[in-house]
Ligand binder design. Structure first.
Ligand code: NAD
Length: 356
């Protein structure tokens, strides 16, 4: 018998304590039905880990993660952390340390939940580890600095390696979908930075003659995403553009409750991480939409099933998709942010009830 898949569970903060357990409950039930053997490992992280282990990312958690196939990371409410050296935002470190270079963020419309358009089915693949993000684009020091009180400089890092491999990840995805990949940039202004990204996207695209490839300048893309989101399949872009555009894409299909994500890397490990933050404004009320986290976890199961040759995990992921679609169609089950009268528990229950 194949070894159990080892999956870590890191709740995160605020609504993470509600939506991560919901996602695990759904994944456990689907795995049980499809005979997927999973060894779940709960690991401390975030504000609660600061209290129990003296650090928001305890060394024991990092050690344990190295032994896993993948993990589920709940949202991190780092803006509310106390100002002290052990209270850091863990997710840039996780993305960097495990070389999780591609952040795969799907956007899909469903009927009756308040989407601005129907027929939307696109994926934004965001470069994850360089670009403008000063907390992850340097080995040491920060990508932002202030020579004097009137000047701030922010460094943007673009490398051939990161641009090429994120473009390849997007092309692979496009090949498995509608065979259309769009790369988004602003080489009209960032002639060197975006220019290099464009060169590497073209170099990668030459290896995929079966995929239709085009490019759009980022400001035009932001407009077209609102007007004609149905015209896109897989979109690849640099870190900061991808961060902003994937939230915009979420807004088109019902908001951050409808925005899943999976970070994937060289080492074949993956981290399920929804686009949304820890939503402290609604935490503890039981009303957070668990769709993003359930769907991120489903993507992890599918990824592990494909990459480890475990068809039963792929089947469990397909079962979750079907059950989620059915649950979203029930206004009494779904949450208030997507025109429902239910809550976290009713939606989770409806997904569980609709598993095959
Ligand atoms: P947020 O994404 O937490 O919330 C923005 C708005 O969307 C809020 O009104 C919130 O109630 C709503 N929302 C988010 N997720 C929802 C869900 N599942 N169901 C229903 N409504 C949902 O962004 P914010 O308020 O700017 O940030 C809160 C905290 O999260 C901050 O500490 C921030 O730094 C952190 N953050 C973390 C991540 C991450 O861990 N990946 C991402 C973004 C923000």
């Amino acid at each position: 018998m194949a070894a159990a898949l080892r999956i870590g569970v890191l709740d995160g903060d605020d609504i993470g304590l509600e939506v991560v357990p919901a996602a695990v409950e759904v994944a456990r039930a689907a795995a049980y039905r499809h005979k997927v053997d999973i060894d779940w490992r709960k690991l401390p992280i975030g504000r609660r880990a600061l209290d129990t282990h003296g650090h928001t990312l305890p060394p024991s958690t990092m050690e344990e993660l190295r032994r896993l196939d993948g993990w589920i990371l709940g949202p991190i409410g780092h803006r509310a952390y106390p100002k002290q050296p052990n209270a850091i935002n863990p997710h840039p470190i996780l993305r960097k340390d495990f070389d999780l270079f591609a952040n795969v963020r799907p956007t899909r419309s469903y009927p009756d939940i308040g989407c601005l358009h129907q027929g939307v089915d696109l994926v934004i693949v965001r470069e994850n580890n360089e670009g403008f993000q000063p907390d992850r684009n340097m080995l040491a020091g920060s990508g932002e600095f202030r020579p004097n009180d009137d000047i701030t400089l922010s460094v943007r890092v673009i490398t051939r390696k990161a641009s090429y491999r994120v473009a390849k990840a997007a092309l692979e995805l496009a090949r498995a979908r509608r065979k259309h990949m769009t790369f988004v940039h602003k080489d009209t202004v960032f002639k060197l930075g975006c220019g290099m990204f464009v060169e590497e996207c073209r170099r990668a695209a030459a290896e995929y003659p079966d995929v239709k490839v085009d490019d759009v300048i980022v400001d035009t893309f932001a407009m077209r995403l609102v007007r004609d989101p149905q015209t896109f399949d897989v979109v690849v872009t640099t870190n900061m553009f991808g961060d902003i555009l994937s939230d915009e894409a979420a807004g088109i299909v019902g908001g951050l409750g409808m925005a899943p994500g999976l970070c994937i890397g060289e080492g074949n490990v993956a981290m399920a991480q929804a686009v949304h933050g820890s939503a402290p404004d609604i935490a503890g009320k039981g009303i957070a939409n668990p769709y993003s986290m359930i769907e991120s976890t489903r993507m992890l199961l599918e990824f592990l099933g494909v990459s480890r040759g475990r068809p039963e995990a792929v089947a469990a992921a397909a079962d979750i998709s079907k059950a989620v679609t059915a649950a979203l169609a029930d206004p009494k089950a779904r949450t208030g942010d997507i025109r429902g009268t239910g809550n976290t528990a009713t939606f989770t229950r409806a997904v569980l009830d609709n598993l095959g």
